[in-house]
Ligand binder design. Structure first.
Ligand code: ATP
Ligand code: MG
Length: 389
């Protein structure tokens, strides 16, 4: 394995499992650092795959394609935490995989993840494994309805979650999640948190254990999908912001994470911060850092896995707002109204280049920088009104 990133003055190649927008923005950061990028994804012409000649579009389940990808890569990372640990182990026999399969195993199952974080002293909502319909009813009796039933694995953008308000709904959700003929899944239950805000903190940690945390931000979701991010989180005291950062740092150290991680939390009405979950990769709540911080989450991800010194996560402006551009209907990945949006000249515009739009799909994002949250939030909201898909 290579000891140096700029080995014999030859740039190394960062292999990324996945070719979506997170891989694309990570690749852009790697290129800025003079490195090469290889992408493996089961699609031709993925947003990140089209950026490199080292594009392995048969996907990692194809043994020969995986072999070629491993051969082309020096360090391997990922943009999606749902890759089977067996595949990661195969790669890890030959190349450094970061975050490591050990880290990923601790977070891929949300129940195991919560147990590990609770053991580390991190405050979490009440939760339990649910293996039978009777256990689903018992959770409702003990903690009250509504509560949130979650699939323990493979949940994203709320697809594996159901808020259940009574026994009957708990039964329906339990049956739906556990009897999927394609992927039958195990479930857990979690107390419904009446939160004032949702918060998130990005943390970067390199192989030497050097660690930095980004500002505490507010994330605003509709239908379980992130819509806006406000940085720093408005109307949250600096003590609470610090607490959120401390929780995020503890979470990453607990799982011995190397790379960049997004830690999602709830802020309750009585100012308690509860841990929700960790994403072992660059996270939507950190996209604002591309323009708003000295070092973006993507650059720090590359630096962390390469064991380079980390850059400052501090903001270079007092306030930033990010809005996700979500698909509104099935159609092209490039909206007809894209030029209209560009007339909002003080908004940074990112279009991921996905082949097709779908309702709720993350197609791009916009970021505004300024001197107050009110100002930047108003600016992204006015810009997004001009964008139709
Ligand atoms: N215990 C809870 N109480 C109240 N709301 C919750 C709870 N758990 C999740 N939610 C809501 O559902 C959203 C998605 O939940 P979670 O983060 O667990 O799911 P996911 O599908 O893994 O997420 P992501 O959207 O981050 O991919 C949260 O951001 C929050 O708005
Ligand atoms: Mg989440």
């Amino acid at each position: 394995m290579l000891s140096s990133v700029y080995h014999d003055n030859q740039p190394i190649t960062i292999g990324i499992l996945g070719g979506g927008q997170l891989a694309k923005m990570s690749a852009l950061a790697a290129y800025r650092l003079g490195l090469r990028v290889a992408i493996i994804e089961l699609v031709e012409d993925s947003p990140a795959g089209r950026m490199t000649k080292l594009d392995f579009s048969e996907g990692w389940l194809n043994t020969q394609e995986l072999e070629r990808f491993i051969e082309a890569s020096d360090i391997v990372t990922l943009e999606n935490e749902f890759i089977s640990p067996d595949v990661l182990d195969v790669i890890a026999e030959r190349r450094l995989v970061l975050p490591s399969p050990h880290t990923l195993r601790q977070v891929q199952d949300k129940l195991t993840q919560k147990e590990i974080m609770q053991k580390a002293g991190i405050p979490v909502p009440a939760f339990a494994a649910i293996n039978t319909v009777e256990e689903a009813y018992a959770f409702g009796r003990q903690y009250g309805y509504p509560y949130v039933m979650k699939t323990r694995t493979l949940g994203y953008d709320g697809y594996g979650n159901a808020t259940v308000a009574r026994d009957n709904q708990a039964m329906v959700a339990f049956r739906r999640f556990t009897s999927d003929p394609d992927v039958p899944r195990t479930v857990m239950a979690e107390q419904f948190v009446r939160f004032r805000k949702e918060l998130a903190v990005i943390v970067a940690r390199n192989r030497r254990g050097e660690i930095v945390s980004y500002p505490c931000v507010e994330t605003i979701q509709t239908n379980h999908i992130c819509r806006y991010v406000l940085a720093p989180a408005p109307n949250v005291s600096s003590i609470l912001q610090r607490t959120a950062q401390d929780i995020a740092v503890t979470a990453v150290e607990t799982i011995e994470g190397v790379g960049v991680f997004g830690v999602e939390m709830f802020l309750t009405d009585d100012d308690t911060i509860l841990y929700n979950e960790i994403a072992p990769r660059p996270h939507n709540s950190g996209h604002y850092s591309i323009e708003a911080c000295y070092t973006s989450q993507f650059e720090n991800h590359i630096r962390a896995i390469c064991n380079l010194p980390l850059g400052s996560p501090d903001m270079i402006v007092p306030a930033a707002a990010m809005a996700n551009l979500l698909g509104k209907r099935p159609g092209s990945g490039i909206p007809d109204t894209v030029v209209g949006l560009m007339r909002h000249s003080r908004v940074a515009f990112h279009l991921y280049g996905k082949a097709a739009s779908r309702v709720g799909r993350k197609m791009g994002h916009i970021t505004a920088l300024g001197s107050s949250i009110e100002e930047v939030f108003a600016r992204v909201q006015s810009a997004e009104e001009d964008l139709l898909w």
